[in-house]
Design a protein around this ligand. Structure first.
Ligand code: GDP
Length: 459
């Protein structure tokens, strides 16, 4: 294996910057850099050293160097970490020196890939490190740590064992008997398959909450001009982010903002009013709004309680019928309780039997804002979100779990139709392979390359 090098800390000015080397030549390269051919560092001990240009012997920096002898390192290979002062120019120069004297630049995720190849961790654990680094909330980070510590693999192992047991029963029936499985054995196999499928489905079902923790929800705020979308947006963010004006049609562009409610990342998109328009700029905004609604996890429809529902309001209410939505009745500060009730009555008539959550509030005074935040999280706060359980948060893992379920389902169906064991087994082997791909046991080189390309260089 050739020796790779990369900056392990972000590029930019900082107190320290860490350069990491991994591979057989790591120690030799370190010796060249410190200008001492017999430097024999004790593993895992930090040394203060002068780092020099190997050609001119000029001092480049004073750095703390640490050597990790294989296999006791992150990658399982010889690793050297050089903690220099965090100057981008200096770090660049040092990396260039490493490249000149035998290292090559690491590719995205290559350190983790080597750790995987050397059995230091499995695939799900390597992905967890990436997720931990990318985590946007403490809750997401906590989940990633659980996965990094092997929790996912522990949950999957008994399921894989069970599936393998069932495969063995069917395989041996193939070998020894010409007739069907004995009735008792057949029912053991069938029950076992159903139980295995259910266990996998249960883990897969946590993905909804897991994805939420990881990616957050996309909330789109829609409504005709002047109902108070921008004001609501600002009230939620506690700043004057969107432009608020009294002239209809001013929010031409979309504004994105990220914040978190109960540790769940929320990205808010304020869309241009959805009214039909001849203004080109505005009509582009309208088009975009329609797309945003289609992509959102939750749509917030804002209506103005101080005015009667207009044709435009009705169009918007109808066009969002099939989405997960909340209706905000804004500007309640402008009217009496009686008038508000009257308005809510007319809104209910308009909704015609559909009963999405309706939240009266005032973006101006902040009245009702808490109820609104609560309602926003409600569709996404199942018991899985208690954070006690492990959650699947990676789309790749979810996809593999679903595929494994489908394969087992098909096998059960074939089994019930008295198909030969040979045919039933195909799906079960596929399912086992899919489960193995989660932790990387049955992952092909191609897939690994694809997965690790989502890592940054230096990881
Ligand atoms: P948008 O076009 O839907 O984004 O609406 P804006 O947020 O720009 O608000 C339009 C007008 O309504 C502005 O003059 C706001 O000050 C006013 N407004 C918004 N929300 C409220 C509210 O809750 N109460 C009152 N009284 N006025 C509001």
């Amino acid at each position: 294996m050739n020796t790779i090098v990369a900056l392990a800390t972000p590029l930019g000015r900082s107190g320290i910057g860490v350069i990491r080397l991994s591979g057989d030549e790591s120690l030799t390269i370190l010796r060249r850099l410190v200008g001492d051919n017999v430097f024999d560092p004790e593993p895992r001990v930090a040394y203060l050293k002068q780092v020099r240009d190997p050609e001119s012997s000029e001092i480049i920096d004073e750095a703390i160097v640490t050597y990790f002898r294989k296999p006791h390192s992150f990658t399982g290979e010889d690793v050297v970490e050089i903690s220099c002062h965090g100057s981008p120019v200096l770090l660049r120069q040092l990396i260039d020196e490493c490249l000149r004297i035998g290292a090559r630049m690491a590719e995205a995720g290559e350190f983790s890939l080597r750790a995987l190849a050397n059995g230091q961790m499995n695939l799900a654990e390597a992905e967890a490190i990436r997720d931990l680094i990318d985590a946007q909330t403490t809750a997401a980070a906590r989940q990633a740590i659980r996965q990094m510590r092997g929790e996912f693999s522990h949950q999957l192992q008994p399921i894989k064992d069970q599936l393998l047991d069932l495969i063995v029963i069917l395989e041996s029936a193939l070998e020894f008997v010409e007739d069907d499985l004995p009735a008792a054995e057949a029912s053991t196999v069938r029950n076992g398959l159903v139980a295995t499928r259910d266990s996998i489905a249960k883990i897969a079902a946590t993905y909804k909450a897991g994805r939420l923790l990881r990616e957050g929800i996309r909330v789109a705020i829609v409504g005709r001009p002047n109902v108070g979308k921008s004001s609501l947006f600002n009230a939620l963010l506690g700043s004057d982010r969107a432009i608020v004006t009294e002239i209809a049609g001013t929010t031409r562009d979309q504004l994105h903002e990220k914040f978190s409610i109960n540790n769940i990342p929320v990205s808010l998109i304020d869309t241009a009013g959805l009214r039909e328009t001849t203004d080109t700029v505005e009509s582009i905004g309208v088009e975009r709004s329609k797309r945003t609604i289609a992509d959102a996890d939750l749509v917030v429809v804002v209506v103005d309680a101080s005015e009667k529902l207009t044709v435009e309001d009705r169009t918007i209410l109808h066009s969002t019928e099939r989405t997960e939505r909340i209706i905000v009745v804004n500007k309640t500060d402008k009217l009496s309780e009686n008038d508000l009730q009257r308005f809510l009555g007319s809104l209910r008539t308009e909704l015609d039997g559909d009963s999405p959550p309706v939240i009266p509030l005032s973006a101006k005074t902040g009245d009702g804002l808490e109820d609104f935040q609560h309602a926003m999280m409600k569709p996404f706060s199942g018991p899985e979100l208690s954070l006690n359980g492990f959650l699947v948060s990676d789309a790749r893992h979810f996809d593999l779990l679903v595929r494994a379920c489908d394969e087992i389902d098909q096998s059960i169906e074939l089994f019930d139709r008295n198909a030969s064991e040979e045919i039933v087994l195909i799906g079960l082997h596929n399912a086992l392979r899919y489960l193995g791909q989660i932790t990387g046991e049955t992952t092909t080189e191609d897939m690994l390359t694809r997965i690790f390309s989502t890592f940054c260089i230096g990881k």
